[in-house]
Design a protein around this ligand. Structure first.
Ligand SMILES: NC(=O)c1ccc[n+]([C@@H]2O[C@H](COP(=O)([O-])OP(=O)(O)OC[C@H]3O[C@@H](n4cnc5c(N)ncnc54)[C@H](OP(=O)(O)O)[C@@H]3O)[C@@H](O)[C@H]2O)c1
Length: 185
């Protein structure tokens, strides 16, 4: 059975968890709120795959990585990782990528980059791209043009975009529009 790790999978990425449980994956999801993790597990309980919840605040990066490591030892290595990590988890984000690239040199890591204020391309991780060009991917979250106005992406649009990015396996993937950035909502 294949294994996907989703950081922040109880929010806008719920449908990504559902897509991969439908494909029969182990889907490990790390988030803080145990109730929302339980609800996610219950939502996809009839799917052939299985949600493995980790209730943990990623600002405690050591415990977070320890718990992810425990799951990989119990289940199997991670094949795909999807990381939606806020700026408060910057250390975790870097330490986790170090861990993931070491524990499975075949892994593909997708990092989501999005901000209401900063252009997502400016958040790019040049070092990770340079060091792991075949294994590290970025997904930039933009906005939607709606006639003469603009709006942010919905959860469904974001999850659908992440699924397409994984299916197409391209190094950079943009969900919605990034340009012109000064037209953002
Ligand atoms: N460009 C765009 O249009 C764009 C970009 C980004 C977001 N959005 C929208 O904005 C809404 C809110 O975004 P959001 O960033 O709050 O995303 P979200 O995906 O709705 O929630 C964040 C996820 O990360 C987890 N999380 C947050 N802090 C954590 C921590 N310290 N440790 C462990 N897990 C943590 C949350 O679970 P816990 O709270 O249980 O920890 C949740 O699973 C979304 O619904 C989305 O549609 C739009």
């Amino acid at each position: 059975m294949k294994h996907i790790l989703i950081i922040g999978g109880t929010g806008m990425l719920q449908d990504v968890a559902g897509y991969f449980t439908a494909q029969g994956y182990y889907v490990t999801v790390l988030a803080r709120n145990a109730g929302r993790l339980y609800a996610l597990k219950k939502r996809f309980i009839k799917q052939p795959g299985k949600i493995i919840p980790i209730a943990q605040d990623y600002r405690d990066w050591k415990t977070s990585i320890q718990k992810i490591n425990d799951v990989t030892e119990k289940i199997c290595t991670v094949d795909i990782a999807v990381l939606w990590i806020h700026a408060t988890g910057k250390i975790f984000s870097d330490k986790l990528k170090e861990f993931l690239f070491t524990h499975n040199p075949e892994i593909i890591v997708y990092q989501l980059l999005g901000s209401a204020s900063i252009h997502p391309i400016s958040l790019t991780n040049i070092e990770w791209k340079k060091n792991h060009p075949d294994r590290y991917r970025e997904i930039y979250l933009g906005y939607v043009q709606n006639g003469s106005s603009t709006r942010w992406l919905t959860d469904k649009e974001i999850a659908g975009g992440v699924i397409r990015a994984i299916e197409n396996d391209v190094q950079d993937y943009i969900v919605g529009d990034l340009e012109p950035w000064n037209q953002k909502p």
